[in-house]
Design a protein around this ligand. Structure first.
Ligand code: NAP
Length: 329
């Protein structure tokens, strides 16, 4: 069946400006880290990409190593784009990254110009694209001079393989240094992609100030703490959940009674707001307008529906914010 995008897709989604750039991103973006790999059901991935786009999610976030196996999420996305959505390419912001281990030998990891340029070439081939909209350095490299990594990003934009560049997992200090170099080169840093959620607030301690000063936007990953800040684990660990699988980031060890007590208390506040806990967790990262987009993951279409419905209630009262602080304290 031919895919035709929902005509009303731009009616309800909100689009926020990325830092001081000309680009806007949807309040909710979709990441393909999990559930879009070669080991996952293609038809489920396809349905999620379609549904996301139908709901106004114009931004899809990838990386060279997403899968498993590494690279296969880009292949899945490229296939769906080519088969169903090629007509909408100019309505999409597609990002990818390099920075983690991708291939053997000294040139398949970290931050050299050699690695970044070859990795992006491979990503473009896997997705069958001429360019990506945003290319990220995925994590800081303690050994490669920052000047080399930033010059590689500048080169990538000038060669037409990416429209914008971003940084991920860089500290406040590293971001300030990298941003200064990129500005000098004439390719300003568009966006930073850090982790951020009610359970992980490191960016409040300096990074957000640097981003404001530098005019850089932010798209925050794992705003649901990988699923913990949802109703997923309220009654144990389902076998089809992330923590029920082989994840090293979220497993039975990380879902402690103490964490669950907080999740339950947060869930009560969400219910009193007429929201799901996932929706409240997303509204919370977007509060105050300092975050451009909440970058979610999903394993099924219904989760995307649930998450995008956050748009009907983004505001918080002072009392609600205080009650959340009391639980998180
Ligand atoms: N730059 C980086 O270093 C980095 C690192 C990590 C992630 N990322 C990016 O951020 C994206 C999102 O990361 P993430 O997947 O950890 O984000 P997340 O949104 O915190 O977690 C997503 C998981 O939460 C569960 N979920 C989502 N919506 C739900 C709902 N409404 N109700 C119940 N459960 C729900 C699903 O888990 P189940 O699978 O259990 O159903 C889903 O897979 C990634 O795809 C990637 O693009 C970037």
């Amino acid at each position: 069946m031919t895919y035709v995008a929902d005509k009303s897709r731009y009616e309800d989604m909100k689009y926020f400006r990325v830092g001081k750039s000309g680009l806007k991103l949807p309040a909710v973006s979709l990441g393909l880290w999990h559930n879009f790999g070669g080991n996952d059901r293609l038809e489920n991935g396809r349905a999620m990409i379609h549904r996301a786009f139908d709901l106004g999610i114009t931004h899809f976030d990838l990386a060279n190593n997403y899968g498993p196996p590494p690279g296969s999420a880009e292949e899945t996305f490229g296939k769906v784009l080519k088969q169903d959505m090629a007509a909408y390419r100019d309505q999409m912001i597609i990002s990818t990254k390099a920075g983690y281990y991708m291939w053997e030998g000294p040139y398949g990891d970290w931050g050299s110009r050699k690695y970044l340029v070859s990795s992006l070439d491979q990503s473009l081939k896997r997705m069958d694209l001429e360019y990506v909209d945003i290319f990220y350095h995925h994590r800081p490299d303690p050994e490669t001079p920052l000047e080399e990594t930033m010059a590689a990003l500048d080169h990538i934009v000038r060669s037409g393989k990416a429209l914008y560049v971003g940084l991920s997992n860089y500290s406040a200090e590293q971001t300030a240094q990298a941003s200064a170099i990129l500005k000098q080169l004439g390719t300003p840093c568009l966006i930073h992609q850090p982790s951020y959620s009610m359970f992980n607030r490191w960016i409040e301690d300096g990074l957000q100030d640097v981003l404001d000063q530098e005019g850089i936007g932010s798209i925050v990953f794992s705003p649901l703490a990988g699923g913990l800040l949802t109703n997923r684990y309220l009654d144990g660990i389902p076998s089809d959940s992330r923590a029920g699988g082989p994840s090293v980031f979220l497993n039975s060890n990380s879902i402690t009674e103490e964490k669950l007590a907080k999740v339950r208390a947060l869930n009560e506040i969400a219910q009193s707001r007429g929201q799901s806990l996932a929706q409240m967790a997303l509204a919370w990262v977007l509060r105050g307008g300092r975050v451009t987009s909440a970058l979610i993951g999903a394993s099924r279409v219904e989760q995307i529906d649930d998450n995008v419905a956050v748009l009907s209630r983004l505001d918080f009262s002072g009392d609600e914010l205080q009650a959340i602080e009391n639980i998180l304290a």
